[in-house]
Design a binder for this molecule. Sequence first.
Ligand SMILES: C[S@@+](CC[C@H](N)C(=O)[O-])C[C@H]1O[C@@H](n2cnc3c(N)ncnc32)[C@H](O)[C@@H]1O
Length: 558
Amino acid sequence: MTYNNKQKLELTWIGKDQQPQLEPRILIEDREKSFGDRNCQNMLIHGDNLLALKALEQEFTGKIKCIYIDPPYNTGNAFDHYDDSLEHSIWLNLIKPRIELLHRLLSDEGSLWISIDDDESHYLKILCDEIFGRKNFICNVIWEKKFSPQNDAKWLSDSHDHILVYAKSKDIWRPNLLPRTESMDIRYKNPDNDVRGVWTSSDLTVKTYSASTDYPIKLPSGRIVNPTGSRCWSVSKDTFEALVSENRIWFGETGNNMPRLKRFLTDVQDGSVSKTIWYRNEVGDNQEAKKEVKAINNEDVFTTPKPERLIKRIVELASNNSDWILDSFLGSGTTSAVANKMGRKWIGVELGDHCDTHCLPRMKQVVTGEDQGGISESLDWKGGGGFKYYYLAPSLLQKDKYDNWVIDKSYNPEMLAAAMAKHEGFRFSPDEHVFWKQGQSTEKDFIFTTTTFVTVEYLDKIHDEMKPEEALLICCKAFQKACESRFTKINIKKIPQMLLGRCEFGKDDYSLNIVNVPLENEPAESVMDTQVNQAEKESTKTISKKARKQDKSDPTLF
Ligand SMILES: C[S@@+](CC[C@H](N)C(=O)[O-])C[C@H]1O[C@@H](n2cnc3c(N)ncnc32)[C@H](O)[C@@H]1O
């Protein structure tokens, strides 16, 4: 067998190389569902997470501090709210581009935490090694998710989940310490009434021998002692004497014990390092999570939630106040509830109907303070914060009945301008006074999208207003031929031609086989003068209705 130098250790499967060319969609706010303080930047997004993550990419690349995901484990079950049974390579194919996008969104100090069980965890580990680099793997946390053994289990009774932890850069990432618990402090006493407070003592000898720290010590009782066996003292004779004079050495109640070093509670670090096994008494279990979601929606209980204490542990270790937390498999909304209560900024993405039936009411109850379950009591949570509710715009381009790409009829001029800005890498921020300054990529680089036919006279007017150092990209449906080379600082392009071939248009389904995608039965309304066939109408019903509703309430586009 011959080996090519480029061969590497790699997990491979059918379809691995066929990665989607994602369209960067805009996100549209549904103001009727947004809730609480409008100054909060938190986002609840209803839609497929692959397109949603792509939509967030421009604004959030390198900005997210902590990502937690709890994807369908591919267990072979069909849960009430989503299906969890995909062919192995399909599951890998769906998860790969999502993890790649999540990796891009993480900040240099960021980390990704993934809940998974034995069905896919080892494959997922190898896949994540490929995306993050094996050197950035932190650990595999074992979470005790169940207490009672399943005596009817055919093989072993499964009682734990894995949480794979990756840092964007292991050299930079450092977890926070966990708050000290009462049981940790109980070992600290003050038998000699030391004014510095309670202390505990540690061994003064070390294993690595050094003749310079092997000396006899005279105890207060008069007895002479030496380090035992092949050990030596951990400090030099001079340091030992200094410690004795500072009353930092403990010789026992009678002054006749081997010397030990006093360690004051006030000197120890302000917390403890997390271990990699997390027991249910520390972070909750599945049963606790079920109780929490029942308190939110008892009619339609979400089947696979995580307990708030588990997510709190992750958020505590991986972020600080005001950092961004992202969960793109939001489920019943646990991560956003915890992040909000802990004063973090959050983004949650959920595709299923339960975004409306579970996440939305849960987050409203968190914001009002009505939610007193989960971690609320321990944080003395009284409410606060807020969020904006978004959905994904439909694909910008659709095929007409002649098989030509045309702008989707549900795009109004503002949505079109926002979408074009996103496609071209400009930040959409329309200038209040100058109509052609709709977005910027740099201080002097602007974009203008229009549906009107651009003539030379029109172009001249714009050019008259431009400062010499400013440049402009105009995206329009049609223009006079002479416009093309009229000004060096004005680049003019045609929609949709300029977009074709860049990404996949008209594709909405990148989902992990979700069973209950919402469908509403209403005809679409046209805002662009394009003809659509019946199939296109069908695929855009839901969105068009939402888009229309939004027109009335001044949508925030993202
Ligand atoms: C295991 S549940 C997450 C539970 C969550 N951690 C909680 O505490 O409630 C997985 C969720 O991912 C959602 N999901 C699956 N595929 C998705 C996709 N393509 N986009 C967005 N959400 C998706 C499912 O609808 C389901 O709610």
